[in-house]
Write a protein that binds this ligand. Structure first.
Ligand code: GLA
Length: 405
């Protein structure tokens, strides 16, 4: 029987992280924060083109238990990784920190680099990390870790930024800087905004041109629906060259077209005519049509709970998004295509890959109660194709990064 990966309750997450901290670094006071992973409903590879995207926070979260120190040392342990790590905050710089600790100490570094905390107030800490966000699944486990670290340090260092959306917007920018410069992944800003700025029961319409957001009601249970996430377990890495290459093509195209970003393209046929390279033309077509699909998706959601023809139209947009990512942007994978096709054949109203692609996860919009059946169909198709066994979770829209205790 197919099982769904459960999300932890806040109490369970807090207990796990606290226990790990105590087991590793000894007893003492600790405070706990958590931040969610995300799925994106539509609007893929648009964030670094100043476009629109529509993520929802997962109920699955990364938890950090933190204890302040007086020196400049950070000691880290993660339930998902072997051993403990020690980093001196004075040694953090681009290229200097290997592996997962970069997401934590990178945030500490970026808070100072952004001028949000004076260096003398940025003291060290002990931190224990635990997470039920699947790792390397395109569900933003790295952003969840950065954002949990960001709100923890915000409070530990008395910055007061997490209290309102303007402050959280600055924290999101800090996390992006940590990821780009210290972890070395040239990602856009969608994941960090989703993790820090979402609202429970809502999707986050994020305009990456100016960082503006709108909370779009997305109460699937009330509409008799559910969102199934299919983690294909196909290897997925953003630090490799493919993501960077896509980003570079878009930047080159914008330069050739004489616009600040592809968001500014208003006449797609004219823009395509003006570009020589057929590959770049396809990349641009994806980005521009995808931004338009986000607008149409949100219009449909604004029209009321998804039902009847509006639900069908949402599914059509999801299918068009997937096809565009597969054919024009070339970031899908055989596992993602099979997951999407099988989910739709098994009765999903719509399905598409979500996140950066090259492996990772797909989403499927289903009638409530159908997840087990669709998951079983996807598992069977994966077995028949000789793929690894997929993992499934449900994604009712969760809340943003928060203090747990
Ligand atoms: C990854 C990146 C995001 C975004 C998506 C694609 O998740 O981290 O910034 O570019 O890919 O939409």
């Amino acid at each position: 029987m197919t099982t769904l990966l459960p999300a932890w309750t806040d109490d369970e997450g807090a207990r796990r992280a606290r226990d790990l901290l105590t087991r590793t670094f000894g007893p003492g006071e600790a405070r706990v924060w958590s931040a969610p992973g995300r799925v994106n409903l539509i609007g893929e590879h648009t964030d670094y083109n100043a476009g629109l995207c529509l993520p929802v926070a997962l109920p699955h979260r990364t938890v950090v238990a933190v204890r302040p120190r007086r020196d400049r040392t950070v000691r880290l342990v993660s339930a998902q990784e072997d051993g403990t790590r020690i980093v001196d905050l004075d040694d953090v710089r681009p290229g200097a920190v290997a592996g997962w600790p970069a997401y934590v100490v990178g945030v500490a570094w970026a808070l100072v680099a952004e001028g949000l905390v004076p260096r003398e107030r940025a003291t060290g800490f002990d931190v224990a990390v635990d997470s039920c966000v699947p790792y390397g699944a395109g569900l933003s486990s790295s952003a969840a870790l950065e954002c949990a670290a960001a709100i923890a340090l915000d409070e530990l260092w008395g910055l007061g930024l997490a209290g309102d959306d303007a402050g959280r917007t600055r924290l999101a920018a800090v996390c992006v800087r940590a990821e780009n410069e210290i972890a070395g992944a040239p990602t856009g800003g969608m994941d960090q905004s989703a993790s820090l700025r979402s609202r429970r029961g809502h999707a986050l319409l994020l305009d990456c041109r100016d960082g503006a957001t709108r909370h779009v009601p997305f109460d699937l249970a009330a509409a008799g629906l559910e969102l199934l996430v299919i983690d294909t377990r196909a290897p997925h890495a953003l630090v490799d060259g493919q993501y960077a290459a896509r980003r570079e093509s878009c930047e080159t195209a914008a330069r050739e077209l004489g616009v600040a970003s592809l968001r500014e393209v208003t006449d797609l046929p004219a823009a395509l005519d003006a570009l020589d390279d057929p590959l770049v033309r396809r990349r641009v077509r994806h980005v521009v049509t995808e931004i338009d699909r986000v607008e149409r998706f949100v219009d449909l959601l604004d029209g009321g709970p998804p039902a009847g023809p509006r639900l069908g139209a949402l599914g059509t947009l999801m299918a068009a998004s997937h096809a565009s990512l597969r054919d024009d942007y070339e970031v899908s994978a055989p596992e993602l295509d099979l997951a999407v096709d099988t989910a739709v054949a098994a009765g999903a109203h719509g399905a598409r890959m979500t996140g950066g692609g090259f492996g990772g996860s797909a989403i499927a919009l289903l009638d409530a109660g159908h997840a087990g059946r669709v998951a079983a169909a996807v598992t069977d198709s994966f077995t028949a194709a000789g793929f690894a066994e997929p993992v499934f979770l449900l994604a009712p829209a969760g809340g943003p990064a928060a203090r747990l205790g």
